[in-house]
Design a protein around this ligand. Sequence first.
Ligand code: MN
Length: 745
Amino acid sequence: MFIPDPEQEKKAIINRYRSLLRVWTLEKPEDKKVIRKAFNLAVEAHKDMRRRTGEPYVYHSIEVARIVAGEIGLGRTSIACALLHDVVEDTDYTLSDIENMFGPTVAKIIDGLTKIKDIFDRSSTSLQAEYFKKMLLTLSDDVRVILIKLADRLHNMRTLDAMPHDKQLKIASETLFLYAPLAHRFGLYAIKTELEDLSLKYTEPEIYSTIYEKLAESLKERKRFISKFINPIKKSLSQHHFTYDIITRDKSIYSIWNKMKKKEVPLEEVYDLFAIRIIIDTRRETEKVDCWRVYSIITDHYRPNIDRLRDWISIPKANGYEALHTTVMSHEGHWVEVQIRTKRMDEIAEKGYAAHWRYKEAAPGLSEANINNWLERIRDMLQSSDSNALNFLDDFQGFLFTDEIYLFTPQGELRNLPANSTVLDFAYAIHSEIGNSCIGAKVNHKLAPLNYKLKSGDQVEILTSKKQFPRSDWFDYVVTARARTQIKYAIKEDKKKYIEQGKSKLREYFEQINVEFNNHKLKKLQQKYNYLSMTDLYFDIAHDLIGIKEIKECCGTPDKESWLSKVIFRPFSKSKQSDHKTLTETVMEKLKERDDSFKDNKNIQKISYDISSCCNPIPGDEIVGFIKAGDAIAIHRTNCATAISQMSRYGNKIIKTKWNDKESIGFLTGIKINGIDKKGFINDIMKIITENFDLNIKSFHLECHGGMIDASIMLYVYSIDNLNNVVRGLKEMPDIKKIDRINSL
Ligand code: MN
């Protein structure tokens, strides 16, 4: 057995500690004292522990601190926390020991780190998801927790060789799934790239080594090419008195692999295997102009591809990245990507979020607002997500990879939102009140509806009305968690207003039917009419959607549920099926109460009910019925304006209705198609509707102008699903640009 020499090991630990101090520039003399104290405690606490490699455990703590200091660029508190990050979890020291020695801030961060301790030994996905959710909850307390966590993960990935194979795979895929994207979001490019490459090394070892070897093989050739490429640029930069650095970076193995997969090409054809980075040292005030001057110098020598020019100086990326990217054609016929940035921008690109703190005073910039904005959205998401951690994980994954769009307020203020955000999302991003009263917007001075999808660069002026109020169909109009939470909240609050009104109305009803009003009866009502909450029940009573008739039906007879009946009759009484009534059944039931002639009529088609032409409901739509004169029933969609106004006036004539799943008659509906005029266009549409879906068309109206076609088609469908399928089928035609349902025929 290998027995380490304790003296030598002590020296080695001290050496590592010194190298930690070297990567970090001291700001105040007392900084070093704190670090030293943390170091001493870490050494003492971990003194009997070893890593899998046999090395003293504290090596890991020091290395994590070194990444935190040198590669992320964080300061004293974070370095101390990194040194101590495994102390509470793995040793006898407690959080209050830490608090006594280092104060509340350090203790809080350590607490966060302890809570999100790696779960290498647990296996179930939901646990993993639960853990990740916890991690993000902590993240929203103090960003440093997540940055230290990333450093911890990076060092574990660097030393993954010592782990058994199954754990390597698990850790590597987790890293690829969560940590690399997270590093990306914080602008830590170098760390993100290393995490990705290391993950690939363990998940796809053969691919990794093939690419690795090919890169090594071609190294000489690339060096020759690069020096030939940059020579003229160097000369010109010096002539223009620039202080600069030119760095060439190979594309990461992971990104090469990704490109090969995406384009389905062999390694040789992934042309831009490297990028050239020009870093200039210049004053803050002139950096933008200077970067463009460098651009101009480069394009004097090489022809640029205009489509691939990226200006992230005027508008930085959401994670704070700033640079000018261009792709130019070399004299040897290869495209070469050239990145132009200043020293300051370079530090931000390498150290991400942390670097912003350093420049904070100089210019409290857009980038920082972006990060804060992003963190705020995480918090929103955490608040709005339900208890299901797996759903949340999906949401978050989507969120990490979603692109951002940039939008402007009428005052020219910049806002960024996730891609696919709508007018309503934008309104809620500004303020919950603005969201709640939003009726639409002017997007680039043109009117746009609530669900209009915004594009980068749009200028959005929200239009509001005091009469507006959030409705449940608004959930379909938004993509951001913030908007969803606010809508949910507003609807709930609104319903609460009616509790008292509903309650007193209900008391009255009970008095009228001469039955005692108690909690038990309330429960009975709730069950019978399928209400999720009492608030909903009171709301419907207040709005006369449930009246004295329903109350009587449910509670009009004396209570059978005495203690005696519970004991004696329960075993014989049938459990009541929850009643999912079809439209037919509900309508029938209502009519039975009103007119004897309908009593034995089982066929809905013979009942006189009208499909209202103002909104043309079809099976699958949410609907409501109104009892009209002569006992006919008018069916409306619940979001129909006529229905809404009628509901408020003739509440007692409303019946809640539902479609039967198996309605077999065709319902007239209409769609509006907007597309490019091409030969066979109409024929193709007809074919899809009549042949593929076997539906009947009632009318077809067509207008052509300027190469565009507007078609209105009236057709008979069986249900909303049926209609949606047709629309989906039509959308597969490349020349169709837009399809809308026609509400009023
Ligand atoms: Mn650790």
